[in-house]
Design a protein around this ligand. Structure first.
Ligand code: PA5
Length: 475
């Protein structure tokens, strides 16, 4: 794709927040006065993100990923090429921020039935992301891959995540039993110097590894080797992905609220939350974008769900993300969104031009309920349903806004990811919380260590053993 200024403009993602405003929702909407009341806070959020961008000590290294990975990208592309030649299967082992990005990019940019296509119609090996320790899932993955022809990309910043390391132990054992050299079948994506994968790499005699920089946390890592390497193996144009991110970054440099898409939606979400909208629904009208909602749910929930402010005060904030799919969930959840409590903001992801149109043939001419569909396309139908749902919600005075994606490709996906990352960074600054930590996740991780007998967790194990189920509450 030749990225002329004209093409960039045509592919620019825009945000339509008409249906958030009091002009269209009456008293249920947000007025200019509401926004003005928070103007200092919004301005400060923009200043905070602009002045601290790139700072590893604040975990804001992610802002520079579109610009500082020239050599890494070359290495990723060369390694991916070799992997595509050598292996029939590529399996990502990772969880949370080390898995949701690769799942999302795979689903967005590859054929929806990629693994079922014949080899000649795929750009890379069959692709799986294993982000759970369900024993059935592990066993059944092993039923469909040939371990001797598989490359495992173990992604873990810490190398201490029980789920990922369990999976690693299983595949390393199987590879050894199959007479294979583990080192030849794994690629690590991990911290530069700390972490267990660094030690394992040394023990194995130097595993091909990519570095997840110090200042990039898991959920902000899709544009780092965490996401770029699996994407490159799939034949996705990762340079274009980064160009898309850089383009969105440029659009969002301005402090002008009405011109900065990430800042305006962060501000609207913030004001909406303060007005009782505790739930944020993301509803992509595209199967390709379905997992953007999953990726975003982690980004938004883990970044904003906090109980302490940067000044040390108690807060308990965060909007609960809900994942929905248009049009599928019109037939399940939209009833609640339209008539239930006034506690939600719905974000639609709308596509301007789908890569397939799928004309609907004429037929059933004697049945008007069906015949009217003939002559249209499925693209027209899905777009009409998207528009109709936004209209119905607005009529019911429910807050909703639309992120318009002209078409789905690497350039627009890069924009979309960077847009949501920036929106989250701005919102975190508005809440005055640490957007980049996750102490609530750590608590569960530690309790698991204790239950499985990890040395150093004996005290917590004793406490957990005492917390036996109370029979008074079991029926
Ligand atoms: O966003 C995050 O930081 C988490 O979701 C982590 O990515 C997840 O817990 C996995 O951690 P690690 O990469 O250390 O295995």
């Amino acid at each position: 794709m030749k990225l002329t200024e004209e093409v960039r403009k045509q592919l620019r993602i825009t945000v339509d927040y008409t249906n958030m405003t009091d002009k269209y929702l009456g008293l249920k909407g947000i007025s200019l006065r509401d926004l003005k009341a928070y103007s200092g806070l919004i301005r400060n959020a923009h200043v905070y993100v602009s002045t601290n961008r790139g700072r590893d000590d604040l975990y804001m290294g992610w802002t520079e990923l579109p610009y500082n990975q020239g050599e890494v990208v070359a290495d990723i592309l060369a390694t991916a090429k070799a992997i595509r030649k050598k292996f029939d299967y590529f399996v990502v082992l990772g969880i949370g921020g080390s898995a949701l990005g690769p799942i999302m990019a795979f689903n967005a940019l590859c054929h929806l039935h990629y693994n079922d296509l014949p080899k000649t119609k795929r750009k890379g090996p069959k692709f799986y992301v294993e982000d759970n320790v369900d024993p059935v899932r592990m066993k059944e993955l092993l039923d469909v891959i040939d371990i001797k022809k598989t490359c495992f990309n173990v992604i873990s910043k810490s190398g201490a995540t029980s789920e990922t390391m369990t999976q690693y132990l299983i595949i390393a054992d199987l590879l050894e039993k199959a007479g294979e050299n583990v080192k030849d079948h794994v690629v690590f994506t991990t911290d530069a110097s700390r972490g267990n994968l660094v030690k394992i790499s040394k023990e194995l005699g130097g595993v091909k590894s990519f570095v997840l920089g110090d200042g990039v946390g898991g959920r902000f890592s899709e544009l780092s080797p965490v996401g770029l390497f699996p994407a490159a193996v799939l034949g996705i144009d990762i340079k274009l992905l980064l160009k898309g991110a850089a383009y969105m970054d440029k659009l969002c440099r301005t402090p002008d609220l009405r011109k900065n898409p990430a800042l305006i939606t962060a501000a609207l979400q913030y004001v909406a939350y303060r007005n009782g909208m505790n739930i944020g629904v993301m509803m992509p009208y595209s199967d390709n974008l379905r997992y953007v909602a999953d990726w975003y749910a982690q980004l938004w929930a883990e970044s904003l769900g906090k109980n302490v402010t940067l000044s040390g005060g108690n807060c308990n904030v965060g909007q609960t993300p809900v994942k929905a799919l248009g049009v599928t969930d019109q037939h399940s959840q939209v009833q609640l969104y339209t008539e239930g409590p006034f506690d939600k903001v719905v974000t639609f992801l709308s596509v301007g031009s789908y890569k397939e149109k799928s004309p609907i043939p004429h037929g059933c001419e004697n049945i008007p309920d069906v015949a009217f569909l003939g002559g249209h396309t499925m693209e027209e139908l899905i777009q009409a349903e998207n528009k109709a749902t936004a209209y119905a919600l607005t009529k019911a005075r429910r807050m909703n806004y639309t992120v318009h994606i002209p078409e789905i490709n690497e350039f627009t996906l890069g924009q979309l990811l960077y847009y949501f990352e920036l929106q989250t960074a701005y919102a975190g600054a508005m809440f005055n919380i640490d957007t980049y930590n996750q102490p609530g996740v750590e608590a569960g991780k530690k309790a698991t260590f204790a239950l499985l007998g990890k040395p150093g967790y004996e005290g917590q194990r004793a406490e957990l053993d005492k917390a036996a189920p109370d029979e008074n509450y079991i029926v």
